[in-house]
Design a protein around this ligand. Structure first.
Ligand SMILES: O=C(CO)COP(=O)(O)O
Ligand SMILES: [Zn+2]
Length: 212
């Protein structure tokens, strides 16, 4: 059994790793993880590179702040993933450059905004939905996620950035990294004749490598 102290350490360690590799800048982004009696989430306005595990915010199952610093303003967004996708153990929101660039494009398919360019985006991320723009911290973002009924483990917030859920912290972070790398490939290949994986190839991947 992973203790809350382990999960706190893990949030800080993985957040620093993302920050050190340029996946987040300044105080952008937030990460949460489920614990037995509630939710841990990075404090608002904190830098992912310099988190103190003991000060990470804790909410009870009803969403009340019970320990640590003031929670991220995106807590409604995070809670909507836990509510609609059983088995979710962690949620990662970043402003990583290429996924955010993608979120600003005007010709995205809102139901499938990251085409199947490579096997790993299919295996680790799956279909990506688009959430229309609302200001950061708008509680309405939670409702927009709930409206998806748990259909997507990853979404792009228009003109803002990616949000990725996973069965645990490591899976959610890996999926966020994979989404960022795929977004980079999409931007690099934009306008070039491109071969996508076929529906049969996607089905094969989803059969052989089942998602959570
Ligand atoms: O990315 C962010 C807002 O979308 C950062 O907000 P917080 O500092 O409140 O977590
Ligand atoms: Zn944000």
């Amino acid at each position: 059994m992973t203790t809350e102290a382990n999960i706190r350490e893990n949030i800080a360690r993985l957040s620093k790793s993302l920050f050190d590799r340029g996946f987040s800048a300044g105080s952008a982004g937030n990460i949460s993880a489920a614990v037995e009696d509630g939710l841990l989430i990075t404090p608002t306005n904190s830098c992912l590179g310099f988190l103190d595990p003991g000060r990470i915010s804790k909410l009870d199952k009803e969403g009340r702040h019970i320990a640590g610093d003031k929670p991220s303003k995106e807590v409604f967004l995070h809670r909507a993933f836990y509510e609609t996708r059983p088995g979710t153990g962690a949620v990662v929101h970043l402003h990583s450059t290429f996924a955010t660039a993608l979120s600003c494009l005007s010709d995205l398919d809102p139901n499938d905004c990251v085409p199947p360019l490579t096997p790993y985006v299919v295996m680790r991320v799956g279909k990506v939905g688009l959430i229309r723009y609302l200001r950061p911290g708008d509680e309405g973002l939670g409702q927009l996620i709930r409206d998806l009924g748990g259909a997507y483990s990853a979404v792009l917030l228009a003109n803002h950035g990616p949000v990725v859920a996973g069965k645990d912290l490591t899976s959610a972070v890996y999926a966020a990294e994979e989404l960022e790398e795929t977004a980079k490939l999409l931007v690099l290949t934009r306008g070039l004749p491109t071969t996508l994986l076929t529906p049969d190839q996607v089905t094969e991947l989803l059969t052989v490598f089942a998602n959570y």
